[in-house]
Ligand binder design. Structure first.
Ligand code: ZN
Length: 501
């Protein structure tokens, strides 16, 4: 891997980075969204993608260009940037997607890499095999072998300063994804797409998308730029960024528009059924749904640029780029997981995605900043955030006096303990001196829930396990039975509510 990706800010496993694309002479800020441009149908002119939407990079398909007589020679002659009218970075796909859809394509990695170089691509792709989900293991392994060979062929090719993708496959086998990530990372290729995600994304299997990304990331080097191939719905951008993805591509904006579908950060609506637009992009500010429905450049007299489909595509792009900016702002402020939490309320499958991400809180903890502005407890998923995990690890290293009272209420005015520590769900106990340090400054609801209480009990257990000689007493505010049960037996517990405190 070259030294072409610089990470600036972290939040959970999400990051803001800078990807140098030497052949284009540009540096692209990540997370980045690459609109998919069909070389045959420019739904929104690439020049406008840059000027009006802020796209720094786009993706098109070199296989389609190569196999379409009408455009191949023009692209070869003018170069891809001139042909599309786009000065930014251009990534090209290789036909792998067509291979997955139709089972066969007539080009080798060697040939398509050479073609991508000839047309002036900035980031090329070999012919990997996008193994679909749920296939048997033997097939997943066999096809991964073919993908590894494609990476080797790409490494051997003459690429100059063009970057090259090293797709990570492995279907729904996390160990294969991890191995594929490790293998790809050891090549001298540059960008690492997690592939064959479209079938999972189309059926809202976000939990498995997160598993595949996390598995690939375990194998990849920490500073590898990761592309979630085929992902561009605004609803899942925050989740995918928090899982560690840096690049996205959206065909959704155009494909959905063709179908009359309107994207939002909490799902997809049908224009046909809408009475109001919940958006203030230029399209939605200037039209009502009823007005947008009857605009149709195709039924004669209308302006093709003002057709329902094009304007819907423009709204879809606006809402997607807006969400991407919101994700970046959240990383800078350290509240990306709060944004993911909000998005997870849009669809139960998104909630599964968030819960799966939090299964990997120990991995997220490795890159999560030690200090941020604020921790807001906004749902019981907040109890599983990496900050809680980190506090519990720290508890096992804190020095503890012989007799210690842990309490959710104020310290009693008279007592014979050696010290009195605060207890705050979901973190659990801590010395009062740490009250003003992150994340113990967290804003938590007055009425804690069972998940926060259980997490606090786990903090008590962590402290007790590390200090087997200490005599611990816990005063809790009417915790649920499963939280009380999670406190080790040797810790004496008092329900403050029963004591009238
Ligand atoms: Zn809009």
């Amino acid at each position: 891997m070259r030294d072409h990706f610089e990470i600036r800010d972290h939040d959970a496993a999400g990051r803001i980075g800078r990807l140098e694309v030497p052949r284009a002479g540009v540096t692209v800020e990540t997370p980045a969204l690459l609109p998919v441009v069909n070389p045959n149908v420019l739904t929104v002119e690439p020049r406008r993608l840059a000027e009006e939407f802020g796209a720094e990079m786009l993706i098109t398909n070199s296989y389609i260009i190569r196999s379409t007589d009408r455009i191949r020679d023009r692209v070869l002659e003018k170069g891809l940037h001139d042909f599309l009218g786009f000065d930014g970075a251009i990534m090209t796909d290789s036909g792998s997607f067509q291979l997955a859809e139709y089972g066969d394509i007539d080009v080798t990695t060697e040939e398509i890499i050479e073609f991508q170089r000839e047309i002036g691509s900035d980031v090329a792709t070999p012919v990997d095999v996008p193994t679909p989900p749920d296939v048997d293991r033997e097939r997943a392994e066999r096809e991964l072998g073919t993908t590894k060979q494609a990476l080797a062929d790409a490494e051997a090719a003459e690429t100059g300063d063009m970057l090259v993708n090293a797709p990570v496959q492995g279907a729904t086998y996390p160990d294969l994804r991890e191995e594929a990530g490790r293998h790809a990372s050891a090549t001298d290729l540059d960008v690492f797409p997690v592939g064959a995600m479209v079938p999972l994304l189309n059926s809202y299997r976000y939990a498995e998308v997160v598993e595949a990304v996390r598995a690939a990331k375990r194998g990849l080097a920490p500073d590898a730029p990761v592309h979630l191939f085929g992902a561009g719905h605004p609803m899942m951008l925050a989740l995918a960024v928090a899982a560690g993805c840096d690049l996205f591509d959206s065909a959704a904006y155009a494909l959905m528009a063709r179908d009359g579908r309107y994207l939002t950060v909490s799902g997809t609506e049908h224009l046909e059924e809408m009475e109001y637009f919940p958006c203030s992009c230029p399209v939605c500010a200037e039209h009502t749904p009823a007005e947008l429905r009857v605009l149709d450049g195709s039924d004669g007299g209308g302006d093709a640029d003002q057709s329902t489909e094009v304007l819907l595509a423009e709204h879809n792009l606006h809402v997607t780029f807006e969400e991407l900016r919101r994700v970046k702002a959240a990383i800078r402020s350290g509240n990306l997981l709060q944004l993911v939490d909000r998005r997870a309320r849009g669809h139960p499958a998104m909630l599964d995605g968030l819960r799966t991400l939090l299964d990997h809180a120990d991995e997220l903890e490795e890159t999560d900043p030690v200090s941020k502005d604020a921790f807001f407890y906004t749902s019981h998923e907040s109890a599983r955030r990496p900050e809680v995990r980190r506090h519990h690890d720290r508890l096992s290293r804190l020095a503890v006096p012989d007799r210690l009272l842990l309490t959710e209420s104020d310290a009693p005015s008279e007592h014979d303990y050696d010290a009195v520590w605060r207890v705050k769900p979901p973190f659990g106990p801590f010395p009062r001196a740490l009250s003003e340090t992150y994340p113990l400054t967290a804003e938590v609801p007055e009425r804690s829930d069972g998940a926060a209480q259980v997490a606090a009990a786990e903090g008590v257990a962590s402290l007790a396990d590390a200090n087997p000689e200490a005599e611990l007493t816990l005063g809790h505010d009417d915790w649920v039975p499963r939280a009380v049960d999670a406190v080790p037996d040797r810790v004496e517990t008092e329900n403050l509510r029963h004591l009238g405190r």
